[in-house]
Write a protein that binds this ligand. Structure first.
Ligand code: HEM
Length: 213
């Protein structure tokens, strides 16, 4: 156990924690996006998908608790790294170097991260903790996206998600030691494609629903 505490007290250990929890959230985004794509198929298909999810019962509860724990660990560790980075110039230099130079994503990581905390809280309050007794989840989503302000807010939030993920995805591989001259361009390209797919995939849903539903 002491090796764990020791590892987590170092910068490298914290970066590892960020990588593992961050990649977990990347997987969540893929699954969540695939589920949300059923919105294009209309009310029956989407509500059928949601019913299917809810039917998993305790499994979903376990996944939710795991996500909450990972989110708390990811945010706390990210804040600690940001503070350490701010307080110590050499560490800052080291982190930027390992991140493959300064990009929009790397330079704004703490800010996009903080915006995402507020986005996720508002998103959960609006969709997950909304009244599920008197309306279906499809009703909740389509009603939300009938408001142009909410649509605009979601599109901007999805841009922020894309920028955060574009650096996080790349950086996670660096932290896990997948860092080789030969593979780095491919990992960079994959990070860019992944962030574009996630940003556009989520961002187009509110636009489509506001225009065609
Ligand atoms: C257009 C974009 C999105 C739509 C339409 C959408 C839709 C939804 C809906 C309907 C739920 C509630 C499901 C239920 O209670 O049965 C939900 C839950 C959730 N969403 Fe999203 N979502 C979007 C984007 C995102 C993004 C970008 C993130 C993360 C950054 C995210 C994170 C979550 C989380 C953590 C939950 C709770 C999952 C659970 O415990 O069941 N969502 N979303």
């Amino acid at each position: 156990m002491s090796w764990l505490v020791k590892t987590l007290s170092t910068s490298v250990g914290k970066k590892l924690v960020m990588a593992v929890t961050g990649l977990f959230f990347c997987c969540f985004l893929v699954v969540h996006l695939l589920g949300n794509l059923t919105l294009y198929k209309g009310m029956e298909t989407f509500n059928g998908y949601v019913d299917h999810l809810h039917a998993l019962g305790p499994l979903i509860r376990v996944a939710e608790v795991l996500m909450l724990v990972f989110a708390l660990v990811h945010v706390t560790t990210g804040l600690m790294l940001t503070y350490q980075n701010y307080m110590s110039r050499p560490v800052k230099y080291q982190m930027n170097k390992s991140g493959g130079g300064r990009t929009l994503g790397s330079a704004t990581m703490p800010y996009t991260g903080i915006v995402l905390i507020f986005f996720v809280i508002a998103h959960l309050l609006g969709f997950h903790f909304a009244d599920h007794e008197t309306q279906t989840v499809y009703d909740i989503v389509s009603h939300a996206f009938s408001d142009p302000v909410v649509v605009g807010y979601y599109v901007v939030a999805m841009l922020v998600v894309a920028v955060h993920v574009s650096h996080g995805f790349w950086s996670a591989f660096q932290s896990l030691g997948v860092n080789h001259e030969k593979y780095n361009p491919a990992i960079k390209a994959l990070a860019l494609v992944f962030s574009l797919v996630v940003g556009a995939g989520f961002g187009l849903i509110p636009v489509y629903m506001s225009l065609f539903i």
